[in-house]
Design a protein. Structure first.
Length: 135
């Protein structure tokens, strides 16, 4: 049984509405609905709260739902997310160096400078995206 169905079953057995469960877990009713419908998965903190609320182990709560386990693995893989951030930083450093070199050597060619500048903006955007994701 997937996690969403387990949450529905446990909530109904406890005679709780989505809103009541949301209050207990300190989330919105829409969040509960999204979990139950499988649109989103709870983060690890919410899973701990759910397991305490319904007095069920995390192992029992997560058993047989490989999608949630994969989501948790990806969302908590610090090394993987740090590598992406490091790559983004290195890419930005290289783009800035390239921009400086092109700017110095090709004063006449505005189009190349514009292209390199555009690439650097895209690269910086990716870097900021990675930083914001970490927050």
């Amino acid at each position: 049984m997937d996690l969403g169905k387990k949450i529905i079953e446990m909530r109904k057995n406890a005679k709780l509405s989505q809103e009541q469960l949301a209050e207990k877990l300190n989330v919105t009713r829409q969040t509960i609905s999204n979990w139950e419908n499988g649109k989103f998965y709870p983060d690890i903190d919410a899973l701990v709260k759910i397991s305490k609320c319904f007095n069920i182990s995390l192992d029992d709560l997560l058993s047989y739902d490989d999608k949630v386990l994969e989501y948790l693995k990806d969302s908590t893989d610090v090394v993987k997310s740090n590598k992406k951030l490091l790559y983004a930083i290195l890419l930005n450093i290289l783009i800035v160096i390239l921009f400086i070199i092109v700017g110095i050597t090709l004063n006449e060619s505005i189009s190349i400078i514009v292209i390199v500048f555009t690439i650097s903006i895209i690269s910086f955007s990716y870097l900021f995206y990675q930083i914001i994701k970490k927050l």
